[in-house]
Design a protein around this ligand. Structure first.
Ligand code: NAD
Ligand code: ZN
Length: 375
């Protein structure tokens, strides 16, 4: 899919981003089955003293599971289980920060997030707000975080979002759904243990996995593409094809999807997502639709923009007998549809990446509403 794009790959594409981004990467990562057992020894040198705890923010799915006994707790460490039913909110981050500040006199040694994109983003945000004053909603945007957060460790238990590598923590706030995008957001340490993926329900595996596939398609088909993004994006795209269309066993698929998520995240770090994400954002804002399934709901109707990607997506759905809900927007009022389209069109960089500098002449509110109505 990307051969045609190769010709465009030159330094211009970076200039297109207005600047040469100096973006942070995760400095330390462990990969491998059973690697979660290394967590205790990883945290030990980061413990400042016995009064400075580690706080474990863990997806409530794991409450009462084996994992409880495997958490390397010491001294006054605390485990907080958090439901991933809803995507993380600024008020939730603020409440957690307030609780931790009142629970301890000593600043914690660090925050460990264990779960999917929801818990990974929540843990990043809590680590940042422990040192940056005021509500997390003040920092929704780009580079508003001024101080380094607490040391934070991310441990994904489902793969696809790339939240484990990204420099953002997406939060729903009182006024907007927007990430805390900053150089301090990126994890200090990530543990990639594919054993976690065994319990993920099939539909959720597919939706979150497709988030990764769609990251790749949008990055590789975008006008912001450059050799850096392409190298990660193509790898992740190929891994997704193996995982979702190939004939490989489950364990291999788990390992490959975990790496696809990582590479997909790296790809968009130096480019941008596109039409599906812009539209899914509008859907999520108005209906609360979660990121993974929201992207799938939109992407199925984007053959005009991503013909090859949508054809493969349909094959993947068929192979795994995934049926997407229908009539999701059937009862939306004209005002709701209008809001969805307005929110979506406010994501200028996504549209510019997808359609080029003259994107405003290529897309309209009416066109978006017509697509939303199909969902
Ligand atoms: P999620 O974290 O919302 O989890 C989805 C479901 O899977 C939940 O019910 C959860 O309990 C369950 N689950 C997770 N691990 C499991 C396991 N091992 N076994 C059984 N069940 C398990 O899902 P997600 O798709 O990973 O994350 C979505 C969130 O990620 C959204 O909030 C979105 O905004 C965010 N996101 C962030 C970035 C970023 O760069 N920061 C990128 C994309 C998406
Ligand atoms: Zn995404």
């Amino acid at each position: 899919m990307t051969k045609e794009n190769n010709a465009q790959l030159n330094i211009k594409t970076l200039e297109h981003l207005n600047q040469h981004k100096n973006f942070p990467m995760v400095p330390r990562v462990v990969f491998g089955r059973g690697s979660f057992s290394s967590l205790g020894s990883i945290l030990l040198p980061k413990r400042r003293n016995s009064d400075a705890p580690f706080i474990f923010l863990v997806d409530a799915f794991f409450e009462g599971s084996d994992l409880e006994n495997r958490l390397p707790l010491l001294f006054n460490d605390q485990v907080i289980y958090v439901s991933a039913e809803e995507e993380p909110k600024t008020a939730q981050v603020d409440a957690l920060v307030q609780k931790l500040k009142s629970d301890y006199t000593e600043e914690p040694s660090g925050i460990v997030g264990i779960g999917g994109g929801t818990l990974l983003d929540l843990a990043k945000a809590v680590a940042l707000l422990m040192t940056n004053a005021g509500s997390s909603s003040l920092y929704q945007g780009w580079d508003l975080i001024q101080k380094q957060g607490l040391y934070h460790v991310g441990i994904p238990t489902i793969s696809g979002t790339g939240a484990e590598v990204s420099r953002t923590a997406v939060l729903m706030g009182p006024e907007k759904k927007l990430g805390l995008n900053s150089d301090y957001t990126t994890y200090d340490q990530v543990v990639l243990d594919p054993d976690f993926l065994a319990t993920v329900p099939k539909d959720q595996w597919f939706y979150t996995g497709m988030d990764c596939f769609i990251h790749c398609v949008e990055s590789l088909e975008g006008t912001y593409l450059n050799a850096f993004s392409q190298s990660y994006g193509e790898k992740a795209y190929d891994l997704c094809k193996e995982v979702f269309l190939g004939d490989i066993d489950q364990k291999e698929a788990e390992e490959k999807l975990m790496m696809a998520s990582w590479h997909g995240g790296m790809s968009i770090a130096y480019s941008q997502v596109g039409v599906a994400h812009a539209m899914s954002y509008g859907l999520s804002y108005v209906l609360g639709t979660k990121h993974g399934i929201g992207n799938c709901l939109v992407f199925q109707f984007l053959e005009e923009y991503y013909p090859e990607g949508v054809a493969l997506f349909n094959q993947m759905m068929q192979k795994h007998q995934i049926t997407l809900p229908k009539g999701v927007c059937a009862n939306c009022t004209a005002e709701q549809l209008d809001t969805m389209a307005t929110i979506s069109l406010s994501m200028a960089p996504l549209w510019e990446n997808a359609l080029g500098a003259d994107w405003t002449s290529k897309i309209s509110k009416e066109k978006l509403i017509a697509i939303y109505k199909k969902i």
